[in-house]
Design a protein around this ligand. Structure first.
Ligand code: ADP
Length: 426
């Protein structure tokens, strides 16, 4: 039996379908069915071929537990970012969309607040209140007023891309705290996910949300998330998203080989240790390659894998309030975005420092003799020589080290960390 572990967005869609929260029985074409936007599933071509031959594809959760079986009723080509959607990076070329009804193999029984996840029951006499951020005092007053039209059903949107400002479990806690002040209110967690994490499919998201709300209740009331938070809600937010100076973060240096990433990263690491007000871990390129990524080579694929591993560990460090300092070349924007997303999903910050020393200067330094070897054709895919470097458009700091001292460059980075609130001024 062919098997596949879908993305989080796709798993959320699967959950939504299984709960009966949408009027479809399986994954659809991107244009959707019954007025809904597409609930799509994309897989690598090889997996699609196996699935078509077998007629089915078993969908597994990230732990490998089979959740549902897709009966393959059709396929469609995915030709780039517009072809489908995904939580995370745009699907790469060579992916195939699969369409067909789902039958449950096991139901999800774990996950924080799973007991509050439920499909639509009797919708008569109910007002749906979709909740994607902590409710304010005025939201609560608005919901109390709206309960003339029916009993409020607070639908906490816990799927990928929805909770704003707090984690999904914290959004549930905040909503339970708010509901205590709304007579008759009931709280249900709904695994609705955004089509695209950056909100660029807002229209489809809105249509899907309207359909889901309509499945749960007769009418819908939208909070505005404006104004003061009740004390109990504010306490949940404060605990989940402490001020930046005590929240975890990933400081990510990117730039050409020899640009000065490791040198500045090392100086930053030492400074943070000297300050003593934060825990800090260095995930420097060479160190990582001796431990975390031992055995990986320097092919494009291996280098990307190395960065994803660094990003994953960095995000976990940020989850626990620490600072992770990374300094891989990271030439591709898409991979840097993935790491940014990993840190954000872990509740941590992400500060991107582009060490923008020009190629000529890096090559002049040629600290490790790599440029000479790359010019001689001895190193294939060498960033800056035979492989591109995509300069970031989203850097928090851009540091050209040419003709400057390390201390001067470090000061520039520290100034940004202080200005953005990640370090206090000492
Ligand atoms: P990368 O980690 O980007 O490959 P390294 O930090 O290993 O680069 O090497 C950068 C080289 O440039 C080192 O030899 C360092 O001494 C030198 N250098 C000169 N000026 C600076 C500066 N202002 N900041 C950082 N490195 C500098």
């Amino acid at each position: 039996m062919p098997q596949w572990t879908p993305s989080q967005r796709e798993l959320d869609d699967l959950d939504l379908i299984s709960l009966g929260a949408v009027p479809v029985t399986g994954f659809t074409h991107p244009e959707g069915e019954h007025g809904l936007p597409g609930l799509t599933l994309t897989v690598p071509t090889a997996v699609a071929e196996e699935a078509v031959t077998a007629g089915t594809l078993d969908l597994l959760d990230p732990e490998g537990v089979p959740l549902a079986r897709l009966a393959v009723a059709g396929t469609y080509p995915v030709d780039g970012p517009e072809g489908a959607d995904a939580a995370g990076p745009a699907p790469s070329l060579g992916q195939v969309g699969l369409v067909g009804p789902l039958s449950a193999l096991t139901s999800t029984v774990y996950g924080p607040f799973r007991r509050l996840v439920a499909g639509p029951q009797e919708s008569a006499g109910r007002v749906a209140v979709p909740v994607e951020a902590p409710l304010s005092e005025s939201d609560i007053a608005g919901i109390r007023a709206a309960s003339d039209a029916g009993r409020p059903l607070l639908l906490v949107l816990i799927g990928a891309g929805y909770p704003r400002g707090v984690s999904a479990p914290a959004l549930v806690r905040a909503t339970l705290a708010a509901a205590a002040d709304i007579p008759g209110a009931e709280v249900v967690a709904v695994p609705l996910a955004r089509r695209r994490p950056d909100g660029s499919a807002a229209d489809a998201d809105e249509r899907l949300l309207a359909a889901v709300a309509a499945a749960y209740a007769e009418s819908t009331h939208h909070p505005s998330y404006q104004g003061e938070l009740p004390v109990a809600v504010a306490a949940v937010v404060e605990q989940n998203r402490p001020p930046r100076e005590c929240r975890g973060l990933v400081v990510f240096f990117t730039g050409l080989s020899g640009s000065g990433k490791s040198t500045i990263a090392r100086a930053l690491y030492d400074t943070v240790l000297e300050r003593g007000d934060r825990t800090v871990t260095s995930l420097d390129g060479d160190v990582v390659r001796h431990h975390l990524s031992k055995g990986l080579g320097f092919s494009r694929e291996d280098r990307e894998t190395n960065i994803r591993r660094i990003g994953w560990v960095g995000a976990e460090i940020s989850r626990h309030g620490g600072m992770a300092i990374c300094s891989p070349i990271a030439p591709f924007d898409a991979t840097r975005q993935e790491v940014r997303t990993m840190a954000r999903d872990a509740g941590g910050g992400f500060v991107l420092v582009h060490v923008a020393t020009p190629l000529e200067e890096c090559e002049r330094r040629d600290r490790k003799g790599l440029y000479a070897r790359a010019r001689a054709g001895e190193i294939p895919d060498f960033t800056g020589i035979s492989s591109p470097y995509e300069a970031p458009a989203d850097a928090d700091a851009v540091v050209d080290t040419t003709g400057r001292t390390v201390a001067d460059c470090l000061d520039e980075v520290l100034a940004v960390l202080i200005a953005e609130g990640w370090l206090t001024r000492v």
